[in-house]
Design a protein around this ligand. Structure first.
Ligand SMILES: Nc1ncnc2c1ncn2[C@@H]1O[C@H](COP(=O)(O)OP(=O)(O)OP(=O)(O)O)[C@@H](O)[C@H]1O
Length: 318
């Protein structure tokens, strides 16, 4: 009780998602093991892992449609196990493959769902038209949901998740199936959410997809959290190495290079991992100290390589 009170005193408009020590098995297969992470208010967090890593299962537990075997999730301080109604009212969810009663017309079904949030029929229809316009399905209000493409279903699910303007959002592979216009719209929406202090978690199996959107990335592999990095850290680490062919290749050269990254000897060159700064300054420093520099080249490590390295796989997934 005190926790909730303190929590609400600290965070008013914004949201907060805290996943704590969650375990889940399906039959004998353990799918989540001690999964813990949090998303603070005003923060957009990418949830990245390969197919089958456990992203959807974590998200379903977080929104309260699947019970954890152990551990708990707190939404704005409310436990999804013990304060289910409060917790789920504070979170919007767009599932990976939204499934709706397909024979309904979009606006009719929206109005029916909005009824759960206390909207009258007329208010619900007004809100529906407004949100459909906002998410780009204004023209399709009277279409049957079975005629919707996967991308349109996602947009519809997004409109539904916006009904009560919750302070927390969970998007499962939301960019998958959206056209470029849809992706641009989603990026804009996430910016708005960030400004409004909402907590946003969105899953993807492609790290480069979350670039430009996420402030931080939580990596999951085989049901375990294997790392959490800010996007800046990822870029720094993935910005790669600078290979400097320098002679003599001695400790003095390495200590100069150490100002720019982590140097290690490789063949007749110094590989400076996590290089940051201007390569020409390093060259100038080496030359001023009496070294000869034959070649300098950057080996760009892509974001995907960073990810594969983190989870201990090669780029081909082997
Ligand atoms: N209801 C279920 N019954 C049995 N196994 C399940 C069930 N749901 C998920 N799994 C298994 O749990 C593991 C994690 O699945 P999950 O859908 O959470 O992964 P994911 O990271 O979301 O993958 P993707 O990127 O493919 O969507 C997989 O091995 C999957 O086969």
């Amino acid at each position: 009780m005190l926790r909730k009170f303190l929590y609400r005193a600290c965070v008013q408009a914004g949201g907060m998602i805290e996943v704590r020590g969650v375990y889940k098995s399906f039959g004998k297969a353990r799918v989540l093991e001690d999964v813990s992470f949090s998303v603070r208010n005003g923060e957009v967090v990418g949830f990245v892992g390969l197919n089958g890593a456990g992203k959807t299962t974590t998200i379903r537990i977080t929104v309260g449609v699947l019970p954890p075997d152990a551990g708990d999730v707190f939404i704005d301080g409310y436990s999804v196990s013990e304060d289910k109604v409060e917790a789920s009212a504070r979170v919007g969810w767009v599932p990976e493959l939204p499934i709706f009663e397909s024979e309904y017309r979009a606006l009719d079904y929206f109005a029916y769902l909005a009824g759960y949030y206390g909207y009258s029929e007329g208010e619900a229809r007004r809100l529906g038209r407004e949100l459909f316009e906002r998410v780009g399905i204004g023209e399709a209000a009277n279409k049957r949901l079975e005629e919707f493409s996967q991308g349109m279903k996602k947009r519809f699910a997004l409109a539904v998740s916006l009904i009560n303007d919750p302070p927390n959002f969970l998007f499962d592979e939301v960019l998958n199936g959206l056209d470029p216009q849809g992706i641009a719209f989603f990026r804009g929406l996430v910016q708005e959410f960030r400004k409004a202090g909402k907590a946003v978690l969105f899953s993807s199996h492609i790290l480069s997809e979350v670039e430009g959107l996420a402030d931080r990335v939580v990596f999951i592999h085989r049901g375990r959290i294997v790392g959490t990095y800010t996007m800046d850290e990822i870029r720094r680490r993935a910005s790669g190495e600078l290979l400097v062919s320098v002679s003599p290749l001695d400790d003095g050269a390495a200590s100069i290079a150490a100002k720019y990254g982590e140097p290690e000897k490789r063949g007749n060159a110094l590989a400076v991992k996590g290089f940051s700064g201007d390569p020409s300054s390093l060259v100038a420093e080496l030359v001023a100290a009496g070294y000869r520099v034959a070649e300098v080249k950057r080996s760009e490590k892509s974001l995907e390589e960073f990810f594969f390295e983190l989870v201990g796989l090669r780029g081909d997934g082997a």
